[in-house]
Design a protein around this ligand. Structure first.
Ligand code: ATP
Ligand code: MG
Length: 597
């Protein structure tokens, strides 16, 4: 491609709309344009990058035995009602764009395709002989993200590869999952990324096991906790750890103490001169269920620890059937500002005890009349602990379960693991923290969708049983930007060669110099013929401008037919590291053939 013909508009200044470097560079180098928040045009250079990534994805998916198809983006609400996700995706998280057609039927624009693929499977898969099966597509997804940001990282319209596997049993599903895991590793390696697979929460998609593929970068929105021995890595949403040992309590006697102005753990501990590991902290949450019922959840955890709201939501979701619902639509902290929505009388904020009486809850058919009390595993072993006394300015000290407070029947893990904690698999290992960009997420779904939607097959014994599924997402457009976030310098992008829009840019220093132009044209033709993707910067610009643009665009090799032509050589500058070498003109094609990704 000749730069004189390419739609190439580069900017010298950082655009105001961009916060992170990869987003700035994509805008500055003319790869993308914003149309509306989270909605972008992929300009010709970007589209080439995306196609490169899609090609690698296709090759690896095909090699793993998956088959490509294309599913509709416009999906009927009825399918989502069958799986039970219509409410969560529209009213709850509200991530699905919805519309009503002229027959007044509700529709959604696909944020993901479990429902559609399960519908296909229930119509077409009849027998175990058709299994295993894995179908994938590469397509635009729509999600009405609350905060679209960072360019292609969190768009409202973006490109995803999604695959769905169908197996006869759990063991088969695990094999299909393992194949996808390997395929993802190969895809990310081939794309030249530094990545790490981590254990992940399954979220609204559901199912048993799941892993995310994180591209390690400071600007990543996710926190990863891992151990130096390489045995453990998890998204902080999912991570487990051993908490520090509690320090024994200095309060042998149970009594209520006057503790004025101590509504926070910090103020309380400095007033009582005790460790937060002796405190039972009680945090109140308001969960709104799909039935519209509000449930008040009192979560108790050790004072030095924090609640992981993803784990908490999962625990509440487990209890939801006993509360007459199916899902938690929303979870918010209950506080002084919102208490008039659900409280019968003002609460002793900052002094709440684990046994806060149910009489604080307003009598209302839309409000569950009892507190749901959840105890994190850190509070059960505490002796002679400190906690609220349900009275402003008063705390219990020296309290015990089964004495001042009812004995705990069951405990849960709702604690946020953090860097510095000891690892569960080996307490010698200390968790470290890193930031990552989630580019892929794979799930063992089991029969969640097939059972809900009646996607069954006949097994070898003639029985009709649900298909066992897995699903596998990979953010193609996010991956492209993640590559830049990981690979750039002060001059611009540095594309890994395998996904660069072009491998070589021939920057002609002086378009008035006939010899330069002739050699450039000749090499351009030869390289094209050899199948080496080449840009020819034939614009009537100064050499300095062209070199700056070449760096900004991140093309892996810049070829300069300049002064060295006197010795019949050209200069080749590697974008990464800027090393320069002189190569005889007749060896140029061979040089790049050896570099071809
Ligand atoms: P996130 O936690 O970042 O919101 P998710 O868990 O909702 O993502 P999945 O449903 O697992 O995402 O989607 C599969 C992949 O699609 C993700 O791993 C990510 O690479 C990509 N992806 C998800 N949402 C977006 C988005 N808004 N913009 C660009 N890519 C996205
Ligand atoms: Mg995810």
């Amino acid at each position: 491609m000749r730069c004189s013909r390419l739609l190439l508009v580069t900017l010298r200044e950082d655009p105001a709309e961009a916060e992170i470097i990869s987003h700035k560079l994509l805008l500055r180098a003319g790869y993308i344009r914003r149309v509306s928040p989270g909605i972008y045009v992929y300009l010709p250079l970007m589209w080439r990058v995306l196609q490169k990534i899609m090609q690698i994805v296709r090759e690896e998916m095909d090699a793993a035995g998956a088959q490509e198809c294309l599913l509709p983006q416009l999906q009927p609400a009825s399918l989502w009602q069958e799986s039970g996700r219509w409410e969560t995706y529209t009213k709850g998280e509200g991530i699905m764009f919805t519309l009503t057609d002229r027959q007044q039927r509700e529709m959604g624009l696909g944020p993901t395709h479990e429902e559609v693929i399960t519908d296909v499977a229930r119509q077409l898969i009849r027998s175990y002989r058709q299994l295993p099966l894995n179908l994938y597509q590469i397509q635009t997804k729509f999600r009405d993200e609350i905060r679209p940001r960072f360019g292609l990282m969190r768009g409202r319209e973006f490109i995803m590869k999604d695959a769905y596997s169908f197996d006869a049993d759990e063991a088969g599903m695990r094999q299909s999952y393992e194949k996808m895991y390997q395929a993802y590793c190969r895809i990310l390696e081939r794309c030249g990324l530094d990545y790490r697979p981590v254990q992940a929460d399954s979220g609204a998609i559901g199912g048993s096991g799941s892993q995310e593929f994180m591209v390690l970068a400071q600007a990543g929105e996710d926190e990863v906790l891992y151990t130096p021995d390489g045995q453990y890595a998890a998204n902080v949403e999912k991570a487990v750890s051993l908490p520090p040992e509690p320090i024994p309590s200095p309060f042998p006697q149970a009594e209520q103490k006057h503790t004025p102005n101590t509504p926070t753990i910090e103020s309380l501990c400095s007033h009582l001169n005790c460790s937060p590991t002796q405190v039972v902290k009680n945090v109140l949450y308001q969960a709104i269920l799909d039935t519209g019922i509000t449930v008040l959840v009192l979560a108790s955890i050790r004072g030095d620890q924090d609640i992981n709201e993803v784990k908490l939501t999962n625990e509440i979701t487990r209890l939801v059937p006993t509360l007459g619902g199916q899902q938690v639509l929303k979870l918010v902290i209950a506080n002084q500002e919102n208490q008039n929505q659900w409280a019968a009388k003002p609460l002793p904020w900052g002094y709440i005890a684990p046994d806060l009486p149910d009489e604080y809850i307003k009598k209302d058919p839309k409000i569950h009349p009892h507190f749901v009390r959840l105890f994190d595993a850190t509070v059960a072993p505490l002796r002679n602990f400190v906690t609220g006394a349900n009275r402003v300015d008063y705390h219990w000290v020296g309290a015990n379960w089964g004495q001042e407070f009812p004995a705990i029947e069951t405990t849960v893990d709702i604690r946020k693991a953090k860097a510095g904690d000891r690892a569960v698999h080996d307490p010698q290992q200390i968790l470290q923290s890193a930031r990552g960009i989630e580019v892929g997420h794979i799930f063992q779904l089991g029969t969640k969708y097939s059972a809900a939607m009646g996607a069954t097959y006949t097994n070898e014994h003639g029985q009709e049983v649900p298909l066992v599924m897995g699903c596998y997402g990979l953010g193609v457009s996010r991956l492209a930007q993640a590559a830049i976030e990981q690979s750039h310098d002060e001059h611009g992008m540095i594309w890994p060669p395998a996904i660069a829009p072009y491998l070589v840019i021939i920057s002609v220093p002086n378009m008035q110099d006939q010899q330069q132009v002739e050699v450039a044209e000749m090499l351009y033709q030869q390289l094209q013929k050899a199948g080496i993707e080449t840009l020819l910067d034939d614009r009537p610009e100064r050499a300095g401008v062209k070199f700056k643009d070449a760096d900004l665009l991140g093309i892996p090799y810049r070829l300069v037919p300049g002064r060295s032509l006197a010795e019949n050589k050209v200069e080749i500058i590697t974008r990464k590291g800027h090393q320069s070498q002189l190569v005889p003109v007749e060896e140029v094609v061979a040089f790049f053939e050896a570099k071809r990704p």
